[in-house]
Write a protein that binds this ligand. Structure first.
Ligand SMILES: [Zn+2]
Length: 390
């Protein structure tokens, strides 16, 4: 298996990666555009694009912003509302595996940006039934989350006739350089099916292990004719802003009090902290399936920005790859099965720890991800109720 000489990705990356004759991957090459492109000019292009969607009527929404409460939610909303001056409708699919910090950050986000928001909460028993099947069929406990995240905004766009959806980063561009930033790639059903959904649309699961159409209805993509009638488009801010997740989160911490948290299987304390199993069981499954982890994604990003050496990145990713899973008992109890059966289902092999925390402490200190050691949720809730007058 060939590896990129610069970052840690190998040629079998599930999103597809190309390693050139010099041994550099497409992700690293497209990252170079972040240094070379004229980003002021690109931001002007974004402004012109969204101006065409601004409603004169202050009561109508100019766009939809899909959020999770974590990841790039704060930054995307900051750009959309504060910088571009748009009136967004927030939409969020409830992932069911919520962490406390996820609840807190999402509640805070709605209050602090003073926006209307729609939440989709699927029936818990249906979600459980679907997730049991996706775990057995293609070893995924997160299918319903990516399906919900990617379909709910489009359903709302069609239903409320709001043609513009504004996303944060495009993973295919960010991780593997699937497109140049200048291609200005937009949301597509094809990308969603092939990459986000691992090749399984909701329709494909009807009839599998007694899953019915009714169980999966909320995850069905709207009809293409309906999408066309409204003229729905989904654009990505990362094509118009030199995307730097770490720096952006740190700005959000400073401006809006975004709270951060230590994660079990990565050093990044900013992304994916809204769900319990992402940087845990889901990451272990990814490791078994794809031979790399969430920490690899984060390390590649930091290498490309020149904040982490390859040597340190290898040590760091090995340390996190070896971390035992923290939430297996909760997940087993969710599925009403024993931990041993769950381990069998995910192909678990005992993780041996060969790298100690002391070996990576200096690397972590140098990277300096901000971590809130103790978060007083009650105090935050009190603040939320008062509505930030001060
Ligand atoms: Zn690379």
């Amino acid at each position: 298996m060939r590896y990129c000489k610069r970052c840690l990705y190998h040629e079998n990356h599930p999103l597809g990666i190309i390693i050139d004759d010099d041994g550099i991957c497409s992700g690293c090459l497209v990252h170079e555009e972040k240094i070379t492109l004229d980003w002021d000019k690109r931001f002007e292009k974004l402004k012109n694009l969204v101006n065409g969607f601004k409603n004169q009527d202050a009561q109508s929404y100019d766009c939809i912003v899909p959020v999770t409460g974590a990841k790039d939610s704060y930054y995307t909303l900051h750009i959309v509302k504060k910088i571009l001056g748009l009136n967004p409708l927030l939409v969020r699919y409830n992932p069911h595996f919520n962490s406390k910090i996820g609840h807190r950050n999402y509640a805070y986000l709605k209050t602090i940006f003073d926006v209307d928001a729609l939440d989709m909460v699927s029936q818990p028993q249906k979600v459980k039934k679907i997730t049991k099947v996706t775990l057995d069929k293609f070893k995924s406990i997160h299918w319903h989350i990516v399906a919900g995240n990617s379909v709910f905004p489009v359903q709302i766009a069609v239903r409320y006739k709001i043609p513009l959806i504004i996303w944060g980063a495009h993973q295919g561009v960010e991780q593997v350089g699937m497109y140049s930033h200048e291609d200005e790639v937009e949301m597509s059903r094809k990308y969603r099916k092939e990459h986000d959904l691992m090749g399984y649309e909701a329709e494909d699961l009807v009839g599998v292990d007694n899953l019915t159409k009714n169980d999966l209805l909320q995850y069905f993509y709207p009809d293409s004719k309906e999408i066309e009638k409204v003229g729905v488009r989904g654009i990505y801010l990362s094509n118009y802003i030199a995307w730097d997740s770490k720096k952006q989160h740190e700005l959000m911490i400073k401006l809006y009090g975004y709270k951060t948290q230590e994660q079990n299987r990565t050093f990044d304390t900013y992304n994916t902290i809204d769900t319990l199993h992402y940087a845990d069981t889901h990451d272990y499954i990814k490791f078994r399936k794809c031979s790399y982890t969430l920490a690899t994604d984060h390390a590649c990003r930091e290498i490309r920005w020149g904040r982490l050496s390859k040597e340190d990145a290898l040590k760091l990713t090995k340390y996190y790859q070896e971390q035992p899973l923290k939430y297996l008992p909760q997940l087993a109890s969710y599925f009403d099965i024993s931990v041993d059966i769950l381990k069998e289902k995910i192909g678990y092999k005992k993780l041996e720890q060969t790298i100690l925390y002391d070996d990576i402490k200096d690397i972590l200190d140098k990277l300096n991800f901000i971590e809130d050691k103790k978060i007083d949720i009650d105090e935050d809730m009190d603040l939320l109720q008062r509505g930030f007058e001060d």
